[in-house]
Design a protein. Structure first.
Ligand code: RIB
Length: 345
């Protein structure tokens, strides 16, 4: 089997010229390109990965660092990244941090040492300083599901503040005036932004009609933690009619707890999730949720980082923002008193 060196020797050109004839034919003089292509054809040379990536620093590998790959939101996001990378003949190294900033920092070091061409990251916490140190090393970085505030990097995110506002407004319009906010730590930027949107919307409601919010914080945004938190909350009775959940996994855990306590969703309590993962629509009680385009987030972020890898000199950082959408299903309904005013049986 002819090697790239055999081709270069036979064509009387450098290894880099042969690599460019394979990877970037547009930059070669037509006459040189034709000469190399004829030798490749005559020798039956088949480029392998090393030949394709002979250009210094080109390995067509990108890293993806996410906080919780067991959350279907990030599974869909990773699928979008992978499909965009595949289309550009790149491969992806997936790193799951379990929402740990320490693991995140270790993964960034490993990916840098692996000399990946770029890194996509959903930071577990607000880690602008740590990420700035990565970009200062010359590692290309793009944020996904997080705006790149204060960073020289691309980002693709969703307007989480608007998403929080959508969730509260939906329950408010259904008559709910005592609402549990069941979510993770506000160290998680997405949580902080959603809760900020909820608070801003609350402040726009006249104090006389403003819902009371009961905040319950979870150590991690999982169904099991949500189940335990609601079971504990119900020990002191039920002084609420609505639950805004930080994501769909939390909502599914909360609904499990209500069902175990024979509390009907939505007749007794309305529950709204966030993400609109695939399971949301097919849950026992089809979940009302705030939809995030996880796949599209991942695909768009991968296209941006690959564009920067391919044309670093001409690349201009972009900040893409998607808008969340309210998807109403049967886990939310008007309160009993609101049904009476609406004359709904
Ligand atoms: O990682 C916590 C949450 O933030 C996920 O469920 C998803 O909503 C992301 O935006």
């Amino acid at each position: 089997m002819a090697s790239i060196r055999d081709v270069a020797k036979a064509a009387g050109v450098s290894l880099g010229t042969v690599s460019n004839a394979i990877n970037r034919p547009e930059i070669l003089a037509p006459r040189t390109l034709r000469k190399v292509q004829k030798v490749i054809e005559d020798m039956g040379f088949v480029p392998n990965a090393s030949a394709r990536n002979l250009r210094a620093g080109r390995n067509r590998v990108i890293g993806l660092v996410v906080p919780d790959i067991s959350n279907p939101f990030f599974t869909d996001l990773a699928r979008g990244v992978n499909n965009a990378a595949f289309a550009a003949k790149y491969v992806v190294i997936l790193c799951n941090t379990d929402e740990s900033s320490e693991k995140e920092s270790q993964y960034l070091d490993v990916l840098s040492a692996q000399n990946v061409e770029g890194i996509l990251i959903t930071p577990a916490r607000e880690t602008t300083r740590a990420l700035a140190s990565v970009t200062e090393k010359g590692i290309r970085l793009a944020l996904v599901d997080r705006p790149a505030l204060g960073l020289q990097a691309c980002s693709v995110a969703v307007n989480d503040s608007y998403g929080g506002s959508l969730a509260l407004t939906h329950l408010y319009d259904l008559g709910h005036r005592s609402i549990v906010l069941l979510t993770g730590s506000e160290d998680i930027p997405q949580v902080a932004d959603r809760n900020a949107g909820i608070r801003e919307t609350l402040n726009e409601i006249p104090a006389s009609d403003r819902p009371n919010i009961i905040e319950l914080r979870l150590d991690s945004m999982s169904a099991s933690n949500a189940y335990s938190a609601i079971m504990k909350k119900l020990e002191s009775g039920i002084d609420f009619t609505g639950v805004i959940c930080g994501n769909d996994l939390i909502a599914l855990g909360a609904i499990r707890a209500f069902r175990e306590k024979n509390i009907s969703v939505p007749e007794d309590v309305s529950v709204i999730g966030y993400d609109d993962i695939d399971f949301a629509g097919s849950a026992n009680v089809p979940l009302t949720s705030i939809s995030q385009p996880a796949y599209e987030l991942g695909y768009a972020a991968a296209e941006l980082i690959i564009s920067e890898c391919e044309n670093p000199e001409r690349h201009v950082h972009q900040r893409v923002e998607f808008q969340p959408r309210l998807i109403v299903r049967s886990s939310t309904a008007p309160t009993k008193s609101h049904r009476a005013t609406l004359k709904i049986s």
